[in-house]
Structure formats: C-alpha cells, structure tokens
Design a protein around this ligand. Sequence first.
Ligand SMILES: O=C(CO)[C@@H](O)[C@@H](O)COP(=O)(O)O
Length: 231
Amino acid sequence: MRYETIRQKAYAANMQLPELGLVLFTFGNASEADRQEGVFAIKPSGVAYADLSPEKMVIVDFDGKTVDGSLNPSSDTQTHAVLYRHWEGIGGIVHTHSTYATAWAQSLRAIPIYGTTHADYNIVDIPCALPMDDAMIQGDYEIQTGYQVLDHFKENGFDYREVEMILLGNHAPFTWGKNAAKAVHNSAVLEQVAKMAYLTEQINPQVPLLKKALMDKHYQRKHGPNSYYGQ
Ligand SMILES: O=C(CO)[C@@H](O)[C@@H](O)COP(=O)(O)O
C-alpha cells in the first residue's frame, strides 16, 4: 500500500508513548513524515492507544489536509504540519503531556543544565516558550502553536537540528528528530531530565549550574566536534 511504511513507523512511535509512561489515555501523539510524498502519518484523534493499528494512522499533507484515512487526525495535526513545512530536516514529531516536562512548561521555566545527563543532549537550557498572547489565542490554536515554536527558536537563535525539544508555556512539550523513533527518544530524555532537574532543586535550591567547559566536553563527546554548538 502507498503509505504503509510511514503508517507502520507512526504506529510504532505512538505505541511507545504509553509504554514509556509519557502519556495517559489519549493524551499526546506522534507522526512520521515521507518528504518525497510530502505527507506525514499521524495518530487519529481521541482513539485509545490500545485500539490503534497502522491502518488507522491518518495521512496528512504538509498543508494539514487529510489525503488518506477515514478517521479524524489528531487535534494537534496543524502544529505538526507547520513544523514539517518550515523545518525540512525533520521527519518525526512527538507531543506528550508527560508529568515533569509539563510541570516545567506550566511553570513557564526553561530547564536549567544541572548535570551531564542534560548536557549529553543539549548545552542550552531546554527552552520554554511564553504563553500565547490574546491575538494568537483568538487564532487557530494548533496553527499558532506551531508558529509559537518557530518564533521562539528564531528569537533565541536555536537550531532545530541541535535542540530537538521545546516546552510550550501553559501547555506541554513537543519534540522532533530525523524520524518519529528519534522524536520518541527525545521525549523520553526530556521527561527524565525534567524530573532530575525538579528533584535537584528540591534537594538543593542553591545548586549551581554545570560548568560550561564540562557542558561542551560532554556535548562534543556525544555529537562530535562539528556539531552546531561545537563550532
Ligand atoms: O492534550 C492534548 C491537547 O494538547 C492532546 O495532545 C491530546 O488530547 C491528544 O489529542 P488527540 O487524541 O491526538 O486529538
């Protein structure tokens, strides 16, 4: 079948979300893109994970229009479409409401770097975009959410190929990567780093940040000297 491969990959990624404890009930969603076809496969809206199958994944084009599938696509589909349209290097996106990452998003705080676990993935505080202003809220919420992500990265000079995650203030996290499996991995790492940072601040509210030299060493060891932030 024409879209079988991305349906299989999107299904596998969605099923990992409850397995990793990143979602409850129908929260969250994952998608896998096929850039040759200009489409992505995404979880159907409101369907319990236990009832999902590859065939139920909905095929949507990068303008957010359903091109194949009988079910309604996820309520966050337009956010996925905005990111696929503007960031040609991504092939998978995940949105969760995982507990600790969402708590940081609701607190409107970026996650500081307190340790090497965080530094292995990002040598920046994990970004948190401020809540939407009233004008954005009046618009199409999911489309505006996509532009909230793009605007935050542009304003802060982040490269989406290096920082593959964001917290949306008052909302929850989005992650991405070269495919949905990588985006799921990033969501699991984000939740673990968010939990560690919260507990670290509980144990020692005055704890200092990880030294920059150690951040760079860990990041370059994992990503190589030619990484975007390693230059
Ligand atoms: O919680 C939210 C709203 O952001 C969604 O992630 C969650 O309800 C999942 O909705 P869908 O079932 O994907 O339509």
